[in-house]
Design a protein. Structure first.
Length: 278
């Protein structure tokens, strides 16, 4: 039979053990947390290495230049083209809209020499219109994007394409120069691997005549390289392309097309102007 003294000592021993054991719990938890944090801090995140997409070269492609500085009144672009909202459509940007996905009929006259957009395609088809957009205006005073252009319901057309199909210079009645190989239809005012700006006059701006912006391309690297070389040389000459000359492939399922007349963005769906007879 335990005495009261014995029971008292037993109780003190039990409390002491509990205190000693309990004091170890925070240390164990802290050690576990620290180990977890250390493991987290030493996690290695490897970047994804994507294999660049390679398109077949355009058969027989070769490109030439025309002298720009030889033209009376020549003035080169007044700022870096990538930061020029009249040359780089991507700088302006665009927003999808909900207008009719197809060609539209406007009243009024037409220019018989105007570029015909169906000739962008090898089979000169009227493509399905996948989406339509409005291009943003540009505030030249602040050199910043402004609101969406509302002069027309649509100012950028998304044409359905087959990835890799060859894209050509559209037909028009305009010629900007000749050489031993024949006449040229457009100057290349801006070119990247995925977009291009074509001008139907021999001027380094979009002020007069027709301009076409194309986005969603795989522009022939030879042409991009030639453009970059011309730009580095002061734009005294620029690449020139002939009517129906192939220069790019469709980069995906949609080719985005904008057309301008004397600097103003037009509705690229207009049948009588850009798709005559279709």
């Amino acid at each position: 039979m335990q005495t009261k003294a014995t029971q008292g000592w037993a109780l003190l021993v039990l409390v002491g053990c509990l205190l000693l054991t309990g004091s170890a719990w925070p240390d164990a938890i802290s050690a576990e947390t620290a180990a977890s944090q250390t493991a987290s801090e030493h996690q290695l995140f490897l970047p994804a290495v994507l294999k660049p997409e390679v398109f077949d070269p355009i058969p027989g492609a070769s490109y030439s230049t025309l002298c720009m500085s030889c033209v009376s009144g020549w003035v080169p672009a007044d700022r870096e083209p990538s930061q020029h909202a009249d040359l780089n459509l991507g700088l302006r940007g665009w927003a999808e809209t909900t207008s009719y996905l197809g060609l539209v009929d406007y009243s009024g006259g037409r220019d018989d020499k105007a570029p015909q957009l169906y000739a962008l395609f090898a089979n000169e088809r009227t493509p399905s219109v996948s989406r339509v957009y409005k291009v943003y205006d540009w505030n030249w005073a602040t050199n910043q994007r402004a609101g969406l252009l509302n002069t027309w319901p649509v100012t950028l057309l998304g044409a359905a394409t087959t990835k890799g199909e060859i894209i050509h210079v559209p037909r028009s009645g305009y010629r900007i120069g000749t050489d031993s190989g024949g006449s040229y239809s457009v100057m290349v005012l801006y070119a990247t691997s995925s977009s291009i700006t074509l001008k139907f006059t021999r001027e380094d701006n979009v002020v007069h005549g027709y301009t076409i912006h194309l986005d969603g391309l795989q522009v022939d690297p030879q042409l991009v390289s030639l453009y970059q070389s011309c730009h580095a040389g002061g734009r005294r000459s620029l690449p020139a392309l002939r009517e129906r000359q192939p220069f790019a492939r469709a980069g995906g399922s949609e080719l985005r097309i904008a057309i301008r007349d004397n600097g103003s963005f037009m509705d690229p769906r207009s049948r009588k102007d850009w798709w005559y007879g279709h």
